[in-house]
Write a protein that binds this ligand. Structure first.
Ligand SMILES: O=P(O)(O)OC[C@H]1O[C@H](O[C@H]2O[C@H](CO)[C@@H](O)[C@H](O)[C@H]2O)[C@H](O)[C@@H](O)[C@@H]1O
Length: 362
């Protein structure tokens, strides 16, 4: 039997770069055809010993919201104080001068606050209006672990790219009235569509097996699943983890990771939020441009995929911000990683960014 694996917080998974231009060469007509993405040779995630208690430790640490949770992690796993990208806002603005900014925004924990009920993670009107204004000036994409329709229902802004299911379901805005992409090409890209029946089956099995664990819920995100334990009593976490793992032992084609008090289950293909970011830049005709300045704002481990993919190597969270700054000086990519929910501050910061552009345009 295949041993199910899970990533510890310090070890982001490897991501080999895929050459998107090859995929995009298969564009025919209005939509991009779906290439066959090869399966990963091995599971991307590292082992944790379920019997040694590591699962529960990892589950406890999966959404640190206060200093006590942060300090309970190993010293190398999490900095005592996360560097704040927001404090470096002027630097980012200076580095972006003369370049085409492209905005990539995670949803949960970034545009919306983390709440107990995943169905009630609404974004504020202020945030929505900021994102709307941003999208007037920059191509903007929402990149989420949720299924695309659901995240669209929350955001409700038509002139954006949406990449749901951890980047496995990408759709560009309708061309009408939208200035990007310049090549007038509407895009739908779903590299994991062959997994839909399997995801459906696992959804049913997991829902059945976890139905007696009070507070547990399985969220269907079309190409992925989320098993939530935020509302589960801590002494039931081991049981839940055990159920999830035992179901997934039958499905080596699926991988398991942890987000914020959630098990994320997704197909083991070489595709993640990072690939989605590359794909969107490519479809905008902005890949490999020196004068493009992508800004990615996210709060969770899967958001680090965007960072790794773009820059081509791994980093630990503790060093993330410093290297971001350096990379942005080298005309690469900037990734803002908060680690905590600071939605209102983002709204202010994004508002300032938009205001700067308006000022320059005037
Ligand atoms: O990539 P994201 O947009 O950040 O989505 C990641 C997961 O976010 C959601 O779960 C998280 O937010 C919930 C609402 O605040 C919270 O209750 C839960 O504990 C968090 O893990 C979403 O429900 C998942 O499907 C996404 O995969």
């Amino acid at each position: 039997m295949t041993r199910q694996t899970m990533a510890p917080i310090t070890e982001p998974k490897n991501s080999n770069s895929t050459i998107l231009s090859q995929k995009l060469s298969s564009v025919s007509g209005k939509y991009i055809t779906i290439p066959n993405i090869p399966m990963c040779e091995k599971h991307l995630l590292q082992d944790l010993d379920i019997n040694g208690g590591s699962w529960v430790d990892s589950m406890r640490a999966s959404s640190p919201t206060h200093l006590k949770s942060i300090t309970s992690l190993t010293p190398s796993a999490f900095p005592l104080e996360l560097p704040s990208a927001l404090d470096m806002f002027k630097h980012i603005i200076n580095s972006s001068k003369g370049k085409q900014i492209v905005m990539f925004l995670d949803y949960d924990g970034t545009l919306s606050p983390i709440v107990d009920d995943p169905d009630r993670a609404f974004m504020s009107d202020a945030m929505r209006s900021t994102v709307r204004r941003l999208a007037k000036h920059f191509p903007t994409a929402i990149v989420s672990g949720r299924c695309r329709d659901k995240v669209y229902d929350f955001v409700q802004l038509p002139k954006l790219y949406y990449a749901g299911s951890h980047g496995m379901d990408i759709k560009s805005p309708a061309n009408k009235g939208f200035k990007y992409p310049k090549k007038s090409q509407e895009v739908v890209f779903q590299p994991a569509s062959e997994f839909i029946p399997m995801i459906e089956k696992v959804y049913k099995t997991l829902s059945e097996k976890t139905k007696n664990i009070l507070g547990a819920s399985v969220e269907h995100n079309k190409f992925c699943l989320s098993v939530h334990f935020r509302r589960v009593d801590e002494n039931k976490w081991n049981e839940l983890a055990h159920e999830v793992r035992s179901v997934l032992e039958e499905y080596p084609e699926l991988q398991l990771a942890q987000g914020r008090k959630v098990f994320e289950i997704r197909p083991t293909i070489k595709w993640d939020k990072g690939k989605a970011l590359e794909f969107i830049l490519e479809s905008l005709g902005l890949a490999n441009c020196k004068d493009v300045f992508p800004v990615y704002i996210g709060d969770d481990r899967t958001d680090e995929d965007a960072f790794k993919s773009f820059l081509g190597f791994e980093r630990q969270r503790t060093r993330l911000w410093h290297t971001c700054i350096q990379d942005c000086q080298e005309n690469k990519c900037v990734v803002l990683f908060t680690g905590t929910t600071r939605g209102d501050e983002f709204s202010t910061t994004l508002g300032e960014m938009e205001a700067r552009v308006v000022k320059e345009e005037v």
